[in-house]
Design a protein around this ligand. Structure first.
Ligand code: PMP
Ligand code: GLN
Length: 386
């Protein structure tokens, strides 16, 4: 048995969702919406299940979906890909796994930003890579030149970057993208950019893909996911878009990991990616309204809320909310004693965790948010009663 995986804990998302089910808690932990999916995309996939193919899809994806990804990025992000640069995967998670397996050789150093999505580090280690961390801290979670310079060495090959960022809900802007692009170009690094939240951005902020920065198109592997674009996290349809010399080895890894992704769901996504701008505006508007509802209810309940520029997540700072406990103690008691599940942000650190921040998913209907908030008030009282 390989201890790299055998010794890992159960993912914090699975752990908290299981506790939520056990305690009949309102689940504001794992990031999934309880509203917002487009009926016509469901309809299209359902028709494909009944009357389309239910046999293996082409290994690199349905031609119509690969083309839809290209058209989508050209229209929404003014970035051009060719068909040989796109491979469809079983979710962004498989895209990340295939890319890491294909691009990392034993001994390569990989630059990562903490807090980080939980899949990155186990996959890098399993590929024989050596993770090096840039540590971001609240309240502003800013990326600086100095912090990156301290983590890059002559053995660094790959940088993994997530924007908009889970769990901090930051949308890194042009200044920070420039810092990252400069380091990649200067040290000849490949950038693996996890951009699954690219459409979930608020307050009219524009999303800029890392591949659009000078010198980055030829060295960037971009990862996307239909799960977030269509509020259908269970579908697990994702993709990579990258220069052909990177896309080809990644597709070889993909062919031995899952080989192909369900054709009917791919057809639904291909249809959905062509939806008009109004869909994207109203989808964003729905989540922005949910964010505002959650933030104002949290404020009223005495929680200090950190800004959420994108994603489905808002975070609270426990210390600034008058709660002395650390994030894990707060979340464990909140789910067991107050019936509400949240995610401790320390779970997203490999080294020197920040222990005072708790992540909440606001992508919920008003009843879920108000019910969850009542219980969060009760959770807060567990720690603030004298
Ligand atoms: N990367 C990030 C940053 C995520 O937040 C998520 C899921 N929330 C994923 C990857 C996984 O995406 P998928 O469900 O498409 O595998
Ligand atoms: N990405 C989701 C989150 O951050 C969870 C994905 C998972 O459960 N693996 O909550």
């Amino acid at each position: 048995m390989n201890p790299l995986f055998a010794d890992l804990p159960t993912s914090i998302f699975a752990h908290m969702s299981a506790l939520a089910a056990e305690h009949q808690a309102i689940n504001l932990g794992q990031g999934f919406p309880d509203f917002g999916w487009p009926e016509d995309v469901l309809e299209r996939a359902a028709n494909e299940v009944r009357s389309g193919s239910n046999q293996y899809a082409p290994m690199r994806g349905l031609p119509e979906l690969r083309q839809a990804v290209i058209d989508h990025y050209r229209q929404h992000q003014r970035i051009d890909y060719e068909v040989d640069e796109v491979t469809i995967t079983s979710g962004a998670t498989e895209a990340l796994a295939s890319a890491i397996m294909a691009l990392v050789s034993p001994g390569d150093e990989v630059l990562l930003f903490q807090p980080l999505y939980d899949a990155y580090v186990p996959l890098v280690r399993r590929a024989g890579g050596v993770p090096r961390f840039v540590r971001l801290t609240p309240p502003d979670w800013r990326i600086t030149n100095e912090a990156i310079a301290a983590a890059v060495t002559e053995r660094t090959r790959l940088l993994i970057f997530n924007n908009p960022h889970n769990p901090t809900a930051r949308l890194f802007g042009e200044e920070e993208l420039r810092i990252i692009a400069n380091v990649c170009v200067r040290h000849d690094l490949i950038a693996l950019t996890d951009e699954v939240w690219e459409h979930i951005v608020f307050d009219g902020r524009p999303f800029v893909p890392l591949a659009a920065m000078p010198g980055m198109r030829e060295r960037t592997v971009k990862v996307g996911s239909a799960g977030k674009i269509f509020s259908l996290t269970g579908w697990k349809v994702g993709w990579i878009a990258a220069p052909e010399e990177l896309a080809l080895p990644i597709s070889k890894a993909h062919q031995y990991m899952t080989f192909a992704t369900p054709p009917n769901l791919q057809a639904g996504v291909a249809y959905g990616l062509g939806k008009e701008d109004g869909y994207y505006r109203s989808m964003r508007g729905g989540f922005e309204a949910a964010r505002d509802a959650m933030a104002s209810a949290l404020n009223q309940a005495g929680f200090a809320v950190l800004p959420a520029e994108g994603t489905y997540f808002a975070s609270v700072d426990l210390a600034a909310s008058g709660i002395g406990a650390d994030d894990v103690s707060f979340c464990e008691r909140a789910v067991r004693e107050a019936g509400v599940a949240a995610i401790p942000v320390s779970a997203f650190y490999e080294e020197e965790p920040v222990r005072s921040v708790v992540r909440l998913c606001f992508a919920k209907q008003p009843e879920t948010i108000s019910g969850g908030l009542e219980r969060l008030r009760a959770a807060r009282a567990l720690f603030t009663r004298s």
